[in-house]
Design a protein around this ligand. Structure first.
Ligand code: FEO
Length: 174
């Protein structure tokens, strides 16, 4: 693995951990807004991002390199509306998609085909993640300030299954 590919993947381990932290912050904001279903949804998402980081962490070690972890910086999420929290999450996913595309390009340029294959999984995952956020945003926009509709969306978000398949975990409700 070239140092350029290695450094880009190591950066992405840190980016995914940062995304995980950021989603945990969003989960906390949803708790404050009294949307326990959305809080659960973001907690599951935080775990998914940690899973992404660990996937790359394992990839780096499998290729006989070491990982350098860095300090995580988390932007403060304003506590206003559920819609704003989900818009912030979509912006974050769009940012991650750009990071993944850049990483894919570096792997191609360096002819590192193992890294290209690994990054293909992430490219596909990003399409899904952006779509999930957009779907929730569309529903929230339709709901507007209708409390009953918002509570129904929150109930649906609370049913999101975790990585292990259940709705499990401390944050599972709904
Ligand atoms: Fe791992 Fe949602 O990017």
């Amino acid at each position: 693995m070239s140092s350029r590919v290695y450094e880009a993947i190591n950066d992405q381990v840190n980016n995914e951990l940062s995304a995980s932290h950021s989603y945990l912050a969003m989960s906390g904001v949803c708790e404050q807004l009294n949307f326990p279903g959305a809080a659960h949804w973001f907690r599951v998402q935080s775990e998914e991002e940690r899973g992404h980081a660990l996937r790359l962490f394992d990839f780096i070690h499998a290729r006989n390199y070491g990982v350098t972890l860095r300090q995580i910086h988390v932007e403060t999420v304003p506590v206003r509306t559920l819609l704003e929290v989900f818009r912030a999450s979509l912006a974050q996913e769009e940012q991650v998609s750009k990071q993944i595309d850049a990483l894919y390009e570096i792997a191609m340029q360096e002819k590192d085909f193992a890294a290209v294959v690994e990054m293909q999984w992430f490219v596909t995952e990003q399409v899904e993640e952006e779509k999930s956020a957009r779907d929730v945003i569309a529903k929230l926009e339709m709901a507007g300030s209708d409390a009953r509709a918002l509570l129904e969306i929150d109930r649906e978000l609370g049913a999101r299954a975790g990585e292990g398949g259940g709705t499990g975990g401390e944050g599972a409700r709904g």
